[in-house]
Design a protein around this ligand. Sequence first.
Ligand SMILES: Nc1ncnc2c1ncn2[C@@H]1O[C@H](COP(=O)(O)OP(=O)(O)OP(=O)(O)O)[C@@H](O)[C@H]1O
Ligand SMILES: [Mg+2]
Length: 348
Amino acid sequence: MHDGSGRIVVQNLTKQFGAVTAVQNLSFTVEPGSVTGFLGPNGAGKTTALRMLLGLVTPTAGVATVNGRPHDQLGNPATVVGSVLENEGFHPKRTARNHLLVYAAAVGVPDQRVEQVLGLVGLTPAANRKAGGFSLGMRQRLALATALLGDPQVLVLDEPANGLDPEGIAWLRTFLRSYAQQGRTVLVSSHLLAEVEQTIDQVVIISHGMTRYYGSLDQLRGSQQSRVLVQPADANALVTALRENGFNQVEPTQDGRVAVTGATTQQIGDLASKAGIAVYGMQEERADLERLFFQLTSGQYAGSQLPQTPQYQQYQQPPPPQGGWGGPPPGGQPPQQQGYQQGWGGPR
Ligand SMILES: Nc1ncnc2c1ncn2[C@@H]1O[C@H](COP(=O)(O)OP(=O)(O)OP(=O)(O)O)[C@@H](O)[C@H]1O
Ligand SMILES: [Mg+2]
């Protein structure tokens, strides 16, 4: 039997589709009690990894378990893991209620559970409408209702916010957070960090099928140093003055300003004043998670801007229990992982 822990463990998972390596030596652990975002750009391997976790795709190597067991050894999996994957199909002529009744019978839950899950996802008013006429957002809700039938301990959702209107996204956020607060496990994928940023506490970021970062979102946020954009009378003079005073992370911007990392507005103001350079304005940029997400995944922003703060460590196997860093080591070499095919930031 399974261990009832609510823990998802992905260990050295690899999937090869012919010449395409969809998932490459992927490892992470998801603990109960929080919402974990599974993030990566299109084609990063999220759906493939989730399908392996749910026993729908056979891994080329590695294992993925829920409650210590691969999916096919879970007994009645619907009571352990509920899932919504991409492109869930519904019988178009079947009403939402009838669809759920069919699935309720299949997983062995009483018919009244159907009314409960319809209420949970806000579909009660549409229960007698045919699923074929549902909007994308309504189909997402019906898929989620189906996943909830077995009152599962673990919820795995692939891009659940797709097609949801702002109200639907806000509702989903509240729903997932309260689900996790009950001590359950929620793993939710997205290709947009901004879409799930307010929903998730933990994050697994993948790119080209490999783990780039895994740990708490707060830690990731804290790692991003904020920049100050300064508008001086003489940008070159300010750059020189800053560098002479030991502030080396200084870059002139295209619009004539100077971007400074690692200095406060007060330090910059004092220094400019001492050097006799007029400053017309200063703007502090907030830690930009989206930029960091790009750095970690596409490599388009990679290079000199990559954060090298001490709390980052080269990601290693087995993964650390807390945040790890999957970025390239200093020098820009790709991580030493087996079968690495595409360089950091290389062509997709
Ligand atoms: N059945 C398959 N046969 C061949 N290649 C596949 C198959 N499934 C996925 N792939 C490839 O594996 C890679 C990862 O795809 P996957 O669908 O897992 O990415 P994803 O992260 O879910 O992307 P998206 O954000 O677009 O949903 C892609 O290059 C994709 O083309
Ligand atoms: Mg996908």
